[in-house]
Design a protein around this ligand. Structure first.
Ligand code: IPD
Length: 272
């Protein structure tokens, strides 16, 4: 089995690759973008840039770390030159916030995380349009522009600005909308910004208090989840479960319990 380098080394690779990827996505957006295909539903779109950027990231990682595994949103598990188990797996969302990207809304990013033995140890999220870049290593803190990130210290759910997101399946959205309708009178307000990885970083730097969403895939939350956790947020699912497709909650320690309990009462991980 191959050896695993330290998280900082993996992070430096992720940052270089993410910067080049974001530059490609930015250039392709400026040249004009259209829907190349749809995935789970007619509103779940993929652009030529999603595919080109994921290929670019995978090729770069393959060049730099040939024995590692790569999981990407558009192409799934990339082929490797060996059958030997890989200790390092890269988890890639070439463009998180594809609908924002399509419409030219600036809230979208490249997300690259490195897992070692199944645990995310390094991650970078880079905004394609603004160049904002959030990084983290396990135990090494979350950072942006040389500044260590600390999450909100809000303790009152009624004062909390909460970010969430919605899936692409209409029946899932109907359930998510019912949950939001019950939650919104009990918090300061709700935001739906449209890119889960970037949303988690926004919460990591305290520009919102908490985040929750049902239906996230590994690539949506791997890097942003580490940034959020390293900024002091508690990350979890409902009822003691790990964060995953059923639910990801990211909240400051004092808010996690109240938000979790309200979401559990509302059956936020239920429905389709
Ligand atoms: C989506 C975005 C969105 C979230 C969805 C994700 P994509 O990712 O992160 O904010 O609400 O659950 O699927 O499709 O733009 O990569």
């Amino acid at each position: 089995m191959d050896s695993a380098p330290p998280p900082q080394e993996l992070l430096e690779i992720a940052i270089d690759v993410a910067r080049d990827a974001a530059a490609t996505a930015h250039r392709m957006r400026a040249e004009g973008v259209s829907v190349a295909a749809t995935k789970s539903t007619v509103t779940d779109v993929v652009t030529a840039a999603d595919r080109a950027v994921e290929r670019q990231i995978t090729d770069a990682l393959r060049r730099l770390r040939p024995d590692d595994a790569v999981l990407g949103e558009e192409y799934g598990a990339a082929e490797r030159g060996t059958d030997a188990p890989a200790r390092v797996r890269w988890i890639v969302d070439p463009i998180d916030g594809t609908v924002n990207y399509l419409y030219g809304l600036p809230h979208c990013g490249v997300s690259i995380a490195a897992e070692v033995d199944g645990e995310v140890v390094a991650g970078v999220v880079r905004n394609i349009h603004t160049g904002d870049e959030w990084t983290a290593t396990l135990g090494g803190g979350a950072w942006r522009d040389g500044r260590r990130l600390r999450c909100s210290t809000e303790t009152d759910l009624g004062q909390a600005l909460v970010i969430t997101g919605f899936g692409y399946d209409p029946s899932r959205r109907a359930h998510q909308a019912r949950v939001v309708a019950e939650l919104i009178p009990q918090v300061r307000d709700i935001r739906r910004l449209g890119a889960a990885a970037v949303d988690l970083c926004v919460v990591a730097e305290g520009r919102a208090d908490a985040y929750y969403e049902k239906g996230l895939a590994a690539w949506d939350q791997a890097a942003g989840g580490l940034v959020a956790a390293e900024a002091g947020l508690v990350i979890g699912g409902l009822k003691g479960l790990a964060p995953g497709p059923d639910m990801v909650i990211a909240a400051p320690p004092a808010l996690f319990g109240p938000l979790h309990d309200r979401l559990a009462e509302l059956d936020a991980s239920g429905g389709p």
